[in-house]
Design a protein around this ligand. Sequence first.
Ligand code: NAI
Ligand code: MG
Length: 371
Amino acid sequence: MLRRSVYNRQFQRTIGNISKKSNLTIGLIPGDGIGKEVIPSGRQVLETIGPKHGLTFNFIDLQAGWQTFLDTGKALPVETVKTLRENCDGALFGAVQSPTTKVEGYSSPIVALRKELGLYANIRPVKSVDTPGNKKVDMVIVRENTEDLYIKLEKTYIDEKTGTRVADATKRISEVATRRIAKIALDIALQRLKNNGNVQLTVTHKSNVLSQSDGLFREVCKEVFESNKTLYSDIQYNEQIIDSMVYRLFREPECFDVIVAPNLYGDILSDGAAALVGSLGVVPSANVGPGIVIGEPCHGSAPDIAGKGISNPIATIRSTALMLEFLGHSQAAQDIQTAVDSNLREDKIKTPDLGGKNSTSDVVNDVIRRL
Ligand code: NAI
Ligand code: MG
């Protein structure tokens, strides 16, 4: 087995943006609904952890989302993208509310941001804490972030034969995007290599039906794996068709380690996997690319609980830790994750989604107390 330091170096080469800067500028984009309630918790945690690790943070508040669209006519103001690109090392994005029907001029700002900033990978760790009777879940879903059906090339037209409406959407899978997502997934697998050398990568697809698009995804992932046999020799390579993947994920979640998926399957799989660890409110993500890292909870704006002060801040706090990790501050990141795990393991101070009676700020204060 190769030494862990080799894996770490390899990982840093892939990410390419590990800055290790100690004075960091962080954009805060709360968005809509509970995004506004959870993003301040990320800031509080950074302000607490900073002095303990010699880090200072300069925060910039930024706009995006449905309310921004209603106010200004733009869901993602040019100024937000410009500031992120030119001034920020990292950012925290809450959630935006998107209408389910087409609204002229509106387009999801997070999907646009990922594209604009080249944030090609969405890294989503889904982890349970060790408690008796709990099935151990410890996986990372690596979701391709820039293409697939999310390129949003759709059209509606009238079918000549029936005279009724038909809608088409283009699913795009490219070799370039697949190659880089496969690479980062393999490097994450390397990083996670347990001492016994037991780590696996599962490529998920539907190439039995979509032989060209998902077929290409499958093929390129395999090529990347096989292209460096020495480096990846300790990784067990698996493939799983998306529907049976869901079945297995729910039946034996403990069998999965790193999962790499095209955009749409990755999106759906990670919300499903969230149910395995208690709540969408605890599952974080990092949008990663060559220039900037954006931490983002996997959940949406949760209009059903927005404004009540009971949204779970843990997904955002964990996303904050992930952002720090991808900015090269692994120890600070680890300390945050440990504080969160300790809150979850104690199972006392928790929001209603986890069966508790506490508020968002109770949980934030409890995590901060443990830092
Ligand atoms: P959602 O993720 O907002 O909510 C699903 C369920 O999980 C709800 O019952 C909600 O109360 C619960 N939940 C989510 N986060 C929670 C938290 N932190 N604490 C406690 N409970 C939590 O998904 P939904 O309802 O399908 O979408 C609502 C809106 O969010 C839509 O407008 C959608 O477009 C948007 N959305 C935005 C995303 C983003 O900005 N990245 C991602 C997903 C959805
Ligand atoms: Mg989603």
